[in-house]
Design a protein around this ligand. Sequence first.
Ligand SMILES: Nc1ncnc2c1ncn2[C@@H]1O[C@H](COP(=O)(O)OP(=O)(O)OP(=O)(O)O)[C@@H](O)[C@H]1O
Length: 339
Amino acid sequence: MTPLPSQSDTPLVRVHDLSVRFAGTPPVHAVNNVSFDLAPGEVLGILGESGSGKSVTLKTLLRLLPERKTRITGTIEVDGQDVLSLQGRALADHRGGVASMIFQDPSLALDPVYTIGQQIAETVIRHEGASKTDAMARALEMLELVRIPSARRRLDNYPHEMSGGMRQRAMIALALACRPKLLLADEPTTALDATVQIQILLLLRDLQQELGMGVIFVTHDIGVAVEVSDRLAVMYAGSFVETGSVRDVIRDARHPYSKGLLAANLVGAVPGTRLDAVPGAPPALSALPEGCSFAPRCAHAEAACSASPIPVWTGGDGRWARCVQASRAEAMAGAGGRS
Ligand SMILES: Nc1ncnc2c1ncn2[C@@H]1O[C@H](COP(=O)(O)OP(=O)(O)OP(=O)(O)O)[C@@H](O)[C@H]1O
């Protein structure tokens, strides 16, 4: 498959032709030929409906999927390391040291039987070999960084002794404790009240700038995606169908799926705006159609949309859309311009 335009010569993350299949009868094609780069300090928002493969993409970057039933092909490089070949100590260093992840549900990251201070300190000891005193000092520093009030007292709290928003901050403190270069955020604000959601988004944006991290933020909330991202990738049925700067995608979407989503959802988009109102439903990931997976739902579909490969329209600055119609429209505009 032709590599798609990249944003940076020295990316922090380079994913090429990534596919993830789960064994089963029939197998589930959760991620299909996904390629993208992420520059250091850049925020990529992956926007897509429920079940489009966003979480699986993130988990693959951290190698969190069950190995026995998962087949991964393609390549993933993070900070120059070939992630799919990491083993043992190198894999442990990757998870939590180079890259770490925050979730919608903080109980996936926080252990109920240890205090917040113990959990952060333990991570720092494990990754950096720090002394207990230094690790506890780092834990306090992290709780202050994520603006938890009375941070020193909170070190001794168990997760259940904190409010939902506070637990989310504690999970972020834990994820950032070893200063990762890459933060993977899996809908970290979706379950929160609107006010707390905005506070956590603002916190994440500040921390990203302060620490200069690359962030991949997956969401099905357009308002959130626009708020936090530099670049957007629209994901549909396990594939990226369009990417570009937030501004370009919002102003001038080229894929009919992105157009439909944005037309239906963008007016006054604020966090809390869900993806809906594109008629029809996505295909089962165990029975993807040949060619463009969106074709059965697309008002502009034609015979060429059911054949592979689907042509890719490319603009400047890492901008592209995989669509027969978008490619043809550009070719015709080019021919018209030359005549
Ligand atoms: N461990 C697994 N084994 C089998 N199938 C899985 C596994 N994890 C995810 N899937 C399937 O992969 C597909 C993509 O799931 P994924 O969680 O990535 O979607 P998503 O876009 O993150 O959706 P949501 O926003 O609802 O979390 C789904 O069909 C899901 O059922």
